[in-house]
Design a protein around this ligand. Structure first.
Ligand code: NAP
Length: 520
């Protein structure tokens, strides 16, 4: 059995024992590797990153740190085929879905690398303009952002083992903070392989990027107010992390990306069969089935005017019928298995709960056998569409995230005010998509529920040729959402650096303040 290693203090650490956590091929149920962080000295690892990694990064300019990110991107890209295969085997992702993760990782690292070059040969970020604070310009004030003097601890969910690590690491390293990243155990074999590529390329100074495979042990006990924790995963784990006594006592900044019941809203002006209607059908289907629905930005609620329901059901069912569930190594397959046995149990249980208030429109709500897989083996679940039953309460639909290829149609009266109210019932989402060519309808909705989602994807006929779908988290735009989505913010171009820098007001002579902030 292969043991996954951690990489800390500039060296690989082989685990001392088999903890019982295994990486399993979800199509065959064969174990691929064991994961354990037993034997890791977390205190020493934190101190090493803070001192060695922090010192190295702080001496570099943004342009130089940008070069590091471009080097990381190239190193990971150089083993792209190996990584794609590893992702197909260990995450159950199809080749296309694996590209979404692996190419998303290298693309985001490259994007932040280029941003670093744009920021140039400087060490500090200015925040707004300077201004006189006294009677004349002698007493001058300006804000700047300074890299925190600690380590960024990143804890990621199982669904994006490459992109999840890369998008967080890119922002922290560019800002000037070293990183210790901890992937979800079940898919950490992909992250370990990405880190191996970076280590082998020797592109980073020691201590800039650490990896923990397995649990984080007592790591939180050693963090201070200069360190940062960024977490992606379930609301339950997020709550545990937020409540950690030492993090609370030290006021350690914590960024949370958690659950989200994203909505796709069809406005009443969209005619069945029109170009925009067809885009809606294609994109909703993709958002339900890509990565087998194990995507934080997947569409969980489909809001449709009453008089469009039967047309939409028919078209969505036709589109879903083109999806073939099975082993990603079978060429006919375009929806892989769920990533773990726990995921399958949780999706089966969640779908059964939704059926208390919603009828099945597509799918059986049961485990299925996969194409190209041994009967009875593998965590396969077919794309499943439900529809809220007339007269039943919709509370559960707006409250229960089933993290698989499952979505529920919620009929509404076609009014923007009603759609806005339903959207807000999700208590805060990562993304809401609205399909309409009537701007006034869309604006009416945005005025009412614009603060309930971190991102609005406004699809109209004019943008069809360039529409990437609502599920793509682009490095230029914020990723995160209010309320149950965790209240966090990632990406959004240079905004991503906010978490890793302290905003400081500098007051003094104009010359001193400006010289320091602009590196002259
Ligand atoms: P999870 O069970 O909460 O685990 C997430 C991460 O937390 C894993 O790395 C896990 O490690 C670690 N962890 C578990 N207990 C911990 C503790 N007490 N202290 C520190 N770390 C701990 O979530 P998941 O099942 O991997 O991911 C699915 C969830 O993530 C879904 O609810 C989904 O909505 C959410 N998600 C959100 C986003 C977003 O951007 N908002 C993106 C993707 C997923 P182990 O694996 O070793 O236990």
């Amino acid at each position: 059995m292969k043991f996954l290693r951690s990489h800390l203090m500039g060296k690989w650490i082989e685990p001392g024992e088999d903890s019982g956590v295994h990486v399993i091929d979800p199509s065959t149920e064969e174990p691929l590797a064991a994961v354990s962080s037993a034997g890791v000295d977390f205190k020493a690892a934190v101190e090493y990153a803070q001192l060695e990694g922090g010192r190295a990064l702080r001496e570099m300019t943004f342009a130089e740190r940008g070069e590091l990110l471009i080097g990381m991107s190239r190193a990971i890209h150089s083993k792209r085929n190996e990584l794609l295969e590893l992702s197909m085997r260990s995450c159950g992702s199809t080749r296309k879905d694996s590209k979404f993760d692996i190419d998303g990782a290298t693309g985001t690292l490259y994007h932040y690398g280029a941003l670093g070059k744009e920021l140039g040969e400087t060490h500090r970020l200015v925040d707004g303009e300077g201004e006189p604070l006294g009677r004349s310009a002698i007493y001058w004030g300006r804000h700047g952002r300074i890299a925190r003097d600690g380590v960024a601890v990143h804890i990621n969910a199982f669904n994006f083992p490459a992109w999840g690590f890369a998008e967080k690491a890119a922002a922290a390293i560019l800002a000037g903070m070293p990183v210790i990243t901890k992937p979800a155990s079940s898919t950490s074999i992909v992250t370990e392989s990405c880190i191996e590529a970076v280590v082998d390329s020797a592109v980073l100074p020691d201590g800039v990027l650490g990896l923990i495979c397995g649990s984080i042990g007592d790591l939180f006990d050693h963090l201070t107010g200069q360190d940062v924790v960024a977490f992606t995963g379930s609301a339950a784990t997020a709550f545990r992390i937020r409540s950690n006594e030492n993090l609370l006592r030290q006021s350690t900044p914590i960024n949370i990306e958690a659950d989200s019941l994203n909505a796709a809203i069809l406005a009443p002006d969209v005619e069945p069969g029109s170009e925009l209607w067809r885009l809606f059908v294609r994109e909703v289907t993709r958002e339900v089935t890509q990565k087998s629905g194990q995507k934080c930005t997947a569409v969980r609620r489909i809001m449709v005017p009453h008089d469009r329901i039967s047309d939409l059901q028919q078209d969505l069912c036709e589109e879903l019928a083109t999806r073939v569930v099975g082993n990603p190594f079978d060429e006919s397959v375009n929806v892989g298995p769920l990533a773990t046995a726990d995921q399958l149990s949780s999706v089966l249980e969640g779908t059964a709960s939704l059926r208390e208030v919603a009828d099945l429109v597509a799918g059986s709500g049961e485990r299925v056998d996969g194409i190209g897989a041994e009967p009875g083996k593998g965590y396969f679940f077919a794309p499943t569409l439900l529809q809220l039953r007339d007269g039943d309460s919709d509370d559960l639909i707006h409250d229960l995230e089933v993290f698989g290829p499952v979505s529920t149609i919620c009929p509404f009266d076609g009014e923007a005010a009603t759609a806005a109210c339903l959207n807000s019932k999700g208590k805060g989402t990562l993304v809401t998509s609205v399909y309409s060519d009537q701007e006034q309808w869309t604006f009416d909705l945005l005025r009412r529920c614009g603060a309930w989602s971190g991102r609005f994807y406004l699809a109209s006929e004019k943008m069809i040729s360039q529409a990437p779908g609502s599920g793509v988290a682009l490095p230029q735009s914020l990723h995160g959402g209010p309320g149950r989505a965790g209240g966090g913010e990632e990406l959004g171009g240079i905004r991503a650096l906010d978490l890793y820098t302290q905003r400081v007001a500098f007051q003094g002579t104009r010359r001193a303040v400006e010289s320091f902030l602009t590196d002259r």
